[in-house]
Write a protein that binds this ligand. Structure first.
Ligand code: DCP
Ligand code: MG
Length: 433
């Protein structure tokens, strides 16, 4: 008997927050609806309907509309009917209002989304116990040894999960099944919404190579720009490059990963432990701030965010070693930077110092509308000794490999390196020390 093929699924809920809202406001089905804006100060009619437990009876003309929105909020998600107008996640609400003034605007209700997140995951776990949480609305599932997981490449099990989830929650999702996580993640988007897509090893050239490089989870806008400058737009064009050439252009580890990813290689396991991956705090300013003119105010906010993240970590019993920052400019463009320290921490001033170094690597000429601090690479405080032992084993192995001069991407498919561009010189270098 031959060993079963590795079959990994990525399952992602369709228009998740919006679909959850439609469950309690069924009268909005088929209409353009966007979720966003502030939780506080939610519309009076909505609040009253909720208090009376009569949401489903609220007449359409009582709902708030995008055209009446004034403020700086952004869209977290939109129904597919709203997306038809060009509206999507992260777009400013007032910009969206210009595209579809009649769209209905609902505030976010995280508690409700968390409830449905748990509910759909429980349905999956009942059938396929090897499930990895990737966030509120997506998971990876190892189909390899589950009944139906090999039938029609995994389509049979995928359809069963879709039915079970729909029966339990009324929600739809899309599933990609492939030989690994990297391909499964891409495939789950192929037939959204309520779709299934199957990718087999031999289908790379047909199904993956025509896609733009950005579809690879791990190629961000900066890498994409750099790839474009080299004339590489599609994954197929990336695959045509030699590993050594990519390593010369992108560094040893990331270059090797790019090469492997373009060839559809990824052997990361599905990790079942449902531990948080990162904790973060961010804030949108009341008015846009400038790194020089508003230096003191920005510095204070930045320090407070670091203290809040440190307090979150302490309260939940985690330490982390990847410290990152996010800034969003007045033109809504965002950049992130992160840095992995050699040891884990939950200390506010250490986080502040490392986050400050990250901030030096972003351009600070434009005004800022948002700033955020994130600590990733988390381990539970009571397991930190174990984790640091594993980390030093890893570094020793990496050093040994480097001394052997091995640079073949095929051996490094597992880990996704964290970006790692050279620090950018900035005129504001000293600002956030
Ligand atoms: N989300 C958010 N901010 C973003 C993007 C998404 O808060 N910039 C939230 C709202 C989404 C949820 O996360 O409902 C899941 O994100 P997805 O990217 O999976 O988007 P959707 O599930 O809404 O739509 P799709 O059908 O494309 O998966
Ligand atoms: Mg989704």
């Amino acid at each position: 008997m031959t060993a079963p093929l590795r079959r990994i699924a990525h399952l992602d809920m369709d228009a998740f927050y919006a679909s959850v809202e439609l469950l309690r406001y069924p009268q909005l089905k088929g209409l353009p609806v966007v979720i966003g804006g502030r939780v506080r100060g939610a519309d009076a009619a909505l609040m009253q309907a909720a208090a009376d437990n009569r949401r489903a009876e609220l007449p359409l003309d009582a709902f708030p509309r995008l055209r009446d929105y004034v403020g700086r909020g952004v869209i977290t998600t939109a129904t597919y009917a709203a997306r038809a107008y060009g509206i999507g996640s992260a777009m400013g609400l007032m910009k969206a209002a210009a595209l579809c003034p009649d769209a209905i605007l609902l505030p976010v209700d995280f508690d409700e989304y968390r409830h449905f997140s748990r509910a759909f995951k429980a349905e999956i776990l009942a059938v396929a116990p090897l499930m990895e949480n990737r966030g509120v609305d997506e998971v990876y599932i190892d189909f390899t040894h589950v009944e139906g997981g090999q039938e029609e490449g995994g389509r049979v099990l995928a359809a069963r999960l879709q039915q079970a989830i729909h029966r339990a929650t009324g929600l739809t999702c899309s599933v990609g099944v492939a030989p690994n996580k990297l391909l499964a993640k891409m495939a789950s988007e192929f037939n959204k919404p309520n779709g299934i897509a199957i990718v087999h090893d031999g289908e790379l050239a047909e199904k993956i190579w025509p896609l733009p490089c950005r579809k690879i989870n791990g190629i961000g806008p900066r890498t994409d720009e750099k790839l474009k400058a080299l004339g590489i737009r599609t994954i197929g064009e990336l695959a045509a490059w030699r590993g050594e050439a990519l390593q010369a252009a992108f560094g040893r580890s990331y270059g090797a990963w790019l090469h492997a990813a373009a060839h559809g290689q990824d052997d990361r396991p599905v990790v079942t432990e449902s531990e948080p991956v990162s904790m973060s705090r961010e804030t949108t300013f009341g008015r846009d701030l400038h790194a020089v003119a508003d230096r003191a105010e920005l510095g204070a906010i930045f320090t407070r965010l670091c203290e809040q993240v440190a307090a979150d970590l302490a309260r939940k019993g985690y330490v982390g070693r990847t410290i990152g920052i996010k800034v969003r400019y007045d033109d809504f463009k965002s950049v992130t930077r992160d840095h992995s320290a050699s040891s884990h921490t939950a200390d506010a001033s250490t986080i502040r110092q490392l986050a400050g170094q990250c901030l030096k690597r972003v351009p600070l000429e434009k005004r800022l509308r948002l700033i955020g601090v994130r600590v990733g690479g988390l381990v539970r405080t009571d397991r930190v000794a174990e984790a640091s032992a594993a980390l030093s084993r890893y570094h020793r192995a990496a050093d040994a490999a480097a001394h052997e001069g091995e640079g073949d991407g095929r051996q490094t498919v597992g880990a996704m390196p964290g970006g790692g561009a050279a620090p950018r010189a900035s005129q504001n270098l000293r600002l956030f020390d």
